[in-house]
Design a protein around this ligand. Structure first.
Ligand code: ADP
Length: 601
């Protein structure tokens, strides 16, 4: 309660008023007492003092009456001066004492009263002092004493008297008592005023401060909706304005920080790399969906030990200095993940894990390596053949002519093979790099299929195959958009394969039709077919079910992969259709209009 500014203000005011009144009271009371004492001695001086010439005859006649030992006359003379001496029965009295014994002789008050005075004990000193020739004794009075007095020796010849004036200070005590009551009343009024004043002050000073406090509490709770009203131009007014400015700047800064945080949150949420942050004790603080996806479990339900404890102990990561980090690799099912663990520098410590999915990259690397190995292998075989036949021809001059011719035929066919491989590789690399521009045109699909069938007809006949065109009956094939020559190359490859991999005397059927916005072409044969385990891979580069057979048939193992690339560039698909009986069916699906497909993308 006493800690509130209001109470402190009241207390200060009360203390101030009380101490002020006490000081003023004490000062006034002391002054009044001093004035009264001064007044007493001045009165005595005016009657008995040497400084006033008018007194000399009075003191002289006192002495002469003293010489005659006429105490009643002395009494009469002093009473004649009662007004000047300020004598008052209750307050100020005079006593005529024997100068030698100090005994009471006469006075304005009785002997009993004199005996009760504090000075009666002390009269010996007075007497001694007078005997020693002192003129006046006790003409000083202590301000703190309860009385004041004066002893005047009257000596003449052998007789000695003391006129003793005693004042019990009742006047000044009464006065001081009244003053004390007045001061007390003033103090009460002052206290009352100070309490009222402090309320007034609190209205002008404390209420704005309280309002400022409320505003500060609102801002601390994140409510920036209303500024605090500025009601004065004094220091509190300036403080309020400054506070409002500060709150505005704080709000702007918070908004900017919030925006940045939102951006980071969005990035965090949608980034393809997984991110998990851990507290110093290993508990998961935050993680993005990618992290859970990559690790194949809800990361939030685990801790560091369970997730990455095997890769690196948490303490090791926490002890690293930024920008150092620990990296490792993690296999989760089919996935290969690169893992980076780094400390987060904040007071509590913590760690951050970043996961990068490198499965596709590794697969590509593998494929590239396999591809290079395949290319080298495919080229080395014909090259070895060419070299060995050429060496034989060079070393043996006796080879018969027809044998030379057959060797040369082999050399020519092997170089043709190499040329085909190189050409296929070139085509593939152009398709891969996007350099092979498609020459788009609109052409009737039926015409393109027919021209392919015609081109292979002779070859089919040579193998006694029956080439059946199934599409002719009923279905009107549309005009499609595409690179005609490339699409014919695809169909040629597929029909060519059907002829190649079907033992002589088989049936090759070509069918086509329309489904929705697409056209489809199916080439079926009654040949050796493709085993289930190879069906997935026959569109891979250099993949062949039976290498020797393919080579014997002049295949490179690249035909279907080129076909696949071309069809993909046309936004179509090429696949093996499920097929009853022996042989196999290859199905190609192409959009009728390329523009529409591109728009839909
Ligand atoms: P290739 O030049 O060897 O024919 P492709 O890429 O055209 O290469 O074909 C890849 C492999 O797919 C062939 O080696 C062959 O084993 C198999 N294949 C393709 N078409 C057929 C088919 N109609 N019947 C049987 N096997 C086929």
């Amino acid at each position: 309660m006493f800690r509130s500014l209001h109470m402190k203000l009241v207390l200060i005011m009360l203390l101030l008023i009380t101490s002020l009144m006490t000081i003023v009271g004490a000062f006034m009371m002391t002054s009044i007492t001093a004035f009264y004492i001064d007044e007493f001695y001045q009165q005595m001086e005016s009657v008995f003092g040497d400084s006033n010439p008018a007194n000399i005859p009075f003191v002289a006649s006192l002495r002469s009456w003293a010489e005659e030992e006429n105490v009643p006359k002395l009494q009469e003379m002093i009473e004649a001066k009662a007004g000047d001496l300020g004598l008052n029965a209750n307050i100020r009295n005079y006593y005529i004492l024997d100068g030698r014994t100090g005994a009471y002789l006469a006075g304005s008050d009785g002997e009993d009263a004199f005996a009760r005075l504090p000075v009666s004990q002390n009269l010996l000193t007075v007497r001694n002092s007078i005997a020693a020739g002192g003129s006046a004794v006790g003409d000083q009075s202590d301000i703190a004493a309860s009385y004041m007095d004066l002893a005047i020796p009257i000596t003449s010849g052998s007789s000695a008297y003391i006129i003793y004036i005693y004042d019990n200070r009742d006047t000044v005590t009464d006065l001081n008592g009244q003053l004390f009551v007045i001061i007390l009343q003033a103090l009460l009024v002052g206290l009352l005023i100070s309490v009222l004043l402090s309320f007034l002050l609190s209205k002008t000073m404390i209420i704005p401060i309280e309002r400022l406090t409320e505003g500060a509490e609102r801002v601390a709770a994140g409510d920036f909706s209303s500024a605090i009203a500025v009601e004065s131009t004094d220091e509190i007014g300036i403080l309020t304005t400054t506070f409002n400015d500060m709150a505005e700047v704080l709000q702007d800064t918070l908004e900017a920080v919030e925006n940045e945080r939102n951006k980071l949150d969005t990035l965090f949420l949608h980034m393809t790399d997984g991110v998990v942050s851990f507290a110093g004790d290993g508990a998961v603080l935050t993680n993005n969906p990618a992290a859970s996806r990559m690790l194949g479990r809800e990361v939030a339900f685990y801790d560091y030990e369970a997730l990455f404890g095997q890769q690196a102990p948490l303490q090791k990561v926490l002890s690293l200095q930024r920008p150092d980090f620990v990296s490792g690799e993690l296999n989760v099912g089919e996935r290969i993940l690169e893992l980076y663990l780094a400390p987060v520098s904040d007071e509590e410590g913590g760690a951050m894990a970043v996961l990068h999915d490198v499965t596709a990259q590794r697969k590509n690397d593998e494929m590239r390596k396999e591809f290079v190995a395949n290319v080298s292998h495919e080229l080395r075989t014909p090259l070895t053949n060419v070299r060995s036949y050429a060496e034989t021809l060079r070393d043996d001059a006796e080879i018969p002519r027809d044998m030379v011719d057959s060797f040369l035929d082999i050399i020519i066919s092997e170089t043709d093979r190499m040329t085909r491989i190189v050409q296929d590789l070139l085509t593939l690399s152009r398709l891969d790099s996007g350099m092979a521009d498609l020459r788009m045109s609109r052409f009737p699909l039926a015409v393109a299929i027919e021209s392919v069938c015609r081109a292979v007809e002779l070859d089919a006949q040579n193998h006694s195959h029956t080439l059946v065109r199934k599409y002719g009956s009923g279905v009107m094939l549309p005009v499609i958009t595409g690179d005609r020559s490339r699409l014919e190359q695809v169909m040629m490859n597929v029909v060519g394969n059907a002829i190649k991999y079907t033992p002589d005397g088989g049936t090759i059927s070509v069918d086509a039709g329309v489904t929705g916005k697409n056209v489809w072409i199916e080439v079926s044969d009654t040949g050796i077919g493709i085993p289930a385990k190879d069906r997935e891979r026959i569109f891979d580069r250099f993949y062949r079910v039976d290498k020797a057979r393919s080579r014997e048939k002049g295949g490179t193992g690249l035909g279907l992969s080129i076909a696949k690339e071309i069809v993909l560039r046309h936004h179509g698909t090429i696949s093996l259709a499920s097929h009853d009986g022996p042989g196999c069916t290859v199905r190609i699906v192409l959009p009728i209009r390329q523009e529409e497909v591109r728009h839909e993308e």
